[in-house]
Design a protein around this ligand. Structure first.
Ligand code: ATP
Ligand code: MG
Length: 457
């Protein structure tokens, strides 16, 4: 099961020939036992980080002092980074976020004991084999996330572990061991004290797993703490004949359906948009005299809410704007016509330059997922969306005109033909021509467009 890469073996042997003890630890060991594609190698050692740095450098290895406050340096061997950390335990956590101090220790078992879950608290050495004092290997086999030590204390020490537990459970399709889950739920409110960007990173990992566990997120109230606006969709009766589920349940179905329609690897923005597409329903709800519910402008409000939720979580700007546009356009009417496709492409192009084709395909996946998750009888609409997708494919292959640079005329033509000075007015004129072509009001023909410029100049 263990196929430790040569560069990692090198690090271990340099440290050990200098008289220290060193092990591979954490994620690499877990993934090797699972047979999952392995990732970075982390090493833990009895050497103080200064000793680690000096003996590796003496062996000609580059070392960066990446986290010396916590005893960590990063060696680069044959281009591969390896994080090496001195055996340590954490001091008191007074603010539930940052260990106040770290204390270096001499026994690797103490170092393993400070780690979060049993599956992450195993060490491996090519000669000494597996060191597994907390039964991580059995938990891997049983598919369990279990805290090392007293779960309540461990989540109280660091509330981020609440989300890490959920992330590992979702990513690996594991359950959370009952006592660990109980403690996790009890500590979920402490997430309020965790930096929002760290919450954002973990949530992004949960969403990117494509296997978000709704039961786990809601029963434990982790979702309520992480994104209260999503939790607010629970039990929200839409009062419409078009939906048989409440908004939250509908949302959970949409999240599952985008995995299918997105071919198992949907864009991250599509997964976020599936989660957030109806987030404005509770706040835009009105009831008419017959008692039926309406949600005027909910995609527009939802787009604003999605953007603010995601910005607050410090997610990358491009992910935020792609998600915002998918939410914004999810109820937008699309038809299997060249014009409809150009219009949609150009909306995405303006907000998310360069990503219009993939986002338009994602929008159609979102619409399909949304349709099949409302009520039975969506087949005809899905068939229409399939025709739209086919049309989009043909339009893109055929070089659809939806960006300024697709026009057969340029800014230089505008300046020459109209005598206009260079400046924003030139772009505005091109924009007008582009919109004429997109909307089938003008042919995409150089002579016609030049003629039109002269008439307007
Ligand atoms: P991933 O595949 O997500 O990188 P990983 O297990 O490598 O998984 P990291 O966040 O890279 O996770 O952390 C490396 C190791 O450090 C973990 O396996 C775990 O032993 C320990 N660790 C990380 N974060 C915490 C934490 N908040 N509390 C306790 N131990 C932690
Ligand atoms: Mg890691």
């Amino acid at each position: 099961a263990y196929d430790l890469p040569d560069y990692a073996v090198r690090v271990l042997s340099v440290l050990e020939s200098a008289g220290f003890e060193a092990w591979v630890v954490g994620g690499w060991v877990r993934d090797a036992l699972l047979g999952a594609p392995s990732h970075d190698v982390d090493v833990t050692t009895s050497a103080h980080w200064r000793q680690t740095a000096s003996c590796l450098r003496a062996a000609g290895i580059t070392v960066h002092e990446t986290g010396t406050k916590h005893g960590t340096v990063t060696a680069v061997v044959d281009g591969h980074p390896v994080e090496i950390t001195t055996y340590r335990v954490e001091g008191a956590y007074s603010d539930l976020r940052h260990p106040d101090e770290v204390r270096f220790v001499t026994d690797v078992r103490e170092d393993l004991a400070r780690r979060d879950f049993t599956i992450n608290a195993m060490a491996f050495h090519p000669v000494r084999g597996l060191l597994d004092p907390f039964g991580g290997r059995d938990d891997l086999a049983r598919g369990l996330i279990r805290a090392v030590g007293d779960p309540r204390l461990r989540f109280e020490e660091d509330a981020l572990r609440v989300l890490r537990a959920v992330r590992f459970a979702c990513r690996m399709g594991f359950s959370v061991e009952p006592r660990t889950q109980e403690a996790l739920a009890a500590c979920a409110p402490e997430l309020a004290h965790v930096a929002r960007e760290r919450v954002g990173q973990e949530l992004d990992g949960i969403i990117a797993s494509g296997r978000m566990s709704w039961a786990l997120l809601h029963e434990t109230e982790v979702m309520g703490e992480a994104i209260p606006q999503v939790a607010a969709m629970a039990d929200f009766d839409q009062c419409t004949p078009y939906h048989i589920y409440d908004v939250l349940e509908h949302t959970s179905h949409v999240c599952a359906a985008v995995e299918e329609f997105g071919g198992g690897m949907p864009l991250p923005a599509l997964r976020w948009a599936a989660l957030l597409h109806d987030v404005a329903k509770p706040v835009t709800f009105t009831r008419d005299e017959t008692g039926r519910g309406h949600f005027f402008g909910h995609p527009k409000v939802g787009a604003v809410m999605a953007e603010s939720i995601m910005r607050e979580l410090a997610l990358p700007g491009s992910l935020v704007s792609s998600t915002r546009m998918l939410v914004r356009l999810h109820d937008h009417v699309v038809k299997p016509t060249a014009r409809s496709m150009r219009r949609t492409l150009s909306k995405f192009e303006r907000a998310c330059p360069g990503e219009a084709p993939s986002l338009t395909f994602a929008l159609l996946d979102l619409k399909r997922a949304d349709a099949v998750s409302k009520a039975p009888g969506a087949e005809r609409y899905v068939a229409e969306l399939d025709r739209v997708t086919e049309c989009l494919r043909r339009q893109i292959e055929g070089g659809a005109v939806y960006r300024m640079k697709d026009l057969p005329v340029t800014g230089a033509d505008v300046i020459r033909e109209t005598g206009m000075p260079p400046g924003p007015a030139v772009g505005a004129m091109l924009g007008e021509l582009l919109s004429g072509v997109i909307n089938d009001e003008l042919p995409c023909d150089r002579e016609v467009l030049l003629d039109r410029m002269r008439g307007k100049g």
